[in-house]
Design a protein around this ligand. Structure first.
Ligand SMILES: C[S@@+](CC[C@H](N)C(=O)[O-])C[C@H]1O[C@@H](n2cnc3c(N)ncnc32)[C@H](O)[C@@H]1O
Length: 250
């Protein structure tokens, strides 16, 4: 499970691009559409100048639309997600001695952010390292970031599935998760993961989740599991889809 940090780490930490396959597909659709538009215009401009210009205008807008979605997704991963992490961690008002679990930690964004706010607390980051959910996703990438950010004494990166946490009941002071649970396709499995997060929290412990699409569903599961003060933020449209933060206490 736990593994020593054995990677060579240099340069600034890189927390990856979320849903890299979709981002690539948006840029490539945009590029192909714009290239086709150009060829279409060159071929038709002398014989049908008016219609060619109108059709090319529409095609160019479609191409630019795809490129814009790709650009918003990259900005969301590279810029907005870092702000979101700070807001989530601010909302937890950590004392500094907590034991924190980051579920679906990816390359360690939340785990490392939490560790930087701890004095003698510890963070465990767990993940199944799906490469389609995050670019360069691997335990080694997370461990390299942990080293670069100077928190290797406070963070442990482990393999682990959100649906079956291996930790005992009432073990963590804080459980956090960002952009992870919606990647679990079945509703029952997502509910199981949310219940697992509540199970491992100590009574009075705090939970903070940011995710896309399914946050209302998580709030219902939390309430049904006896969590208190379940609060959902306003909807944002980072990554061009609806997302909300969710906080609760056990
Ligand atoms: C979009 S990435 C976000 C990573 C990180 N939380 C962040 O905000 O940068 C989603 C992560 O959830 C992980 N994940 C997906 N299903 C999971 C599961 N059942 N258990 C644990 N992690 C999971 C993926 O491997 C991926 O690292």
């Amino acid at each position: 499970m736990a593994a020593a940090v054995a990677t060579t780490a240099s340069g600034p930490a890189d927390y990856g691009i979320d849903a890299p396959r979709i981002v690539r597909s948006m840029f490539s659709r945009g590029a192909w559409t714009l290239a086709f538009t150009l060829v279409f215009y060159i071929v038709n401009r002398s014989e049908y100048p008016g219609p060619a210009a109108r059709i090319c205008g529409v095609l160019a807008l479609i191409g630019l639309f795809f490129v814009a979605i790709g650009a918003v997704m990259v900005w969301s991963s590279r810029v907005a997600k870092l702000r979101l992490r700070d807001q989530m961690l601010d909302s937890l008002a950590l004392r500094g001695d907590e034991r924190v679990l980051d579920v679906g930690c990816g390359r360690g964004l939340l785990a490392i952010g939490a560790a930087k706010r701890l004095k003698n607390g510890k963070v465990i980051g767990i993940d199944v390292w799906n490469p389609f959910d995050l670019s360069g996703n691997s335990p080694d990438a997370a461990k390299a970031n942990v080293k670069i950010e100077g928190v290797a004494d406070k963070v442990r990166i482990e393999n682990g599935d959100a649906q079956k946490l291996v930790y005992p009941d009432n073990h963590y002071d804080v459980v956090v998760s960002s952009l992870a649970l919606h990647n679990i396709p079945e509703p029952d499995a997502r509910a199981r993961a949310v219940r697992e997060m509540v199970r491992v929290l100590k009574p009075g412990g705090k939970l903070a989740i940011f995710d896309l699409f399914r946050t209302g569903e998580y709030a219902d599961v939390l309430r049904a599991s006896g969590a208190k003060d379940v609060e959902l933020s306003k909807t944002s449209f980072l990554w061009c889809v609806p997302g909300r933060s969710l906080t609760a206490r056990k």
